[in-house]
Design a binder for this molecule. Sequence first.
Ligand code: FEO
Length: 169
Amino acid sequence: MKISKTMQSALNNQITLEANASNSYLAMASWCEITGYEGGASFFYAQSDEERTHMLKIVRYLNGLGVPAVIPATKLPASNFKSLESILKTALNSEQIVTAAIHKMVEIAQKEKDHSTYAFLEWFVNEQVQEETKFETLIQKFELIGRDKLAINEIDKILAASATVSTPA
Ligand code: FEO
């Protein structure tokens, strides 16, 4: 099975994006843990693990096609944050960037009639819908519950309850 150089390069770039997301969520988890947000820590540790599974899915897809996956150096993530709310907004923004990159790859696959990569990417398209909705819903809690100490404590509990890793099939 052959895929184009353009698609190979896009998929390798996506590996970097997923690796950076995993690292960035790890930094967020660590900040939450040291700041006393136990729920936020559990949530972002799980998110970090999940991003690694996304990265691996692409690594294994490329290698399975006989195209060497490029394992990237990750960039130094932000490690100092203002608040739980600001972290969630940063995370949503990062998911929106990932979604745009995936949609771009879908367009390349369509243009090149690369049906196998198109089918492979379908999982990511659906996953991104869930990811963005998850962060939007969590951010909405600040409007619904509030931003005082008790409200933030409640939101931290909601984050604890949302800490799950969904592994790609
Ligand atoms: Fe793998 Fe949350 O994007």
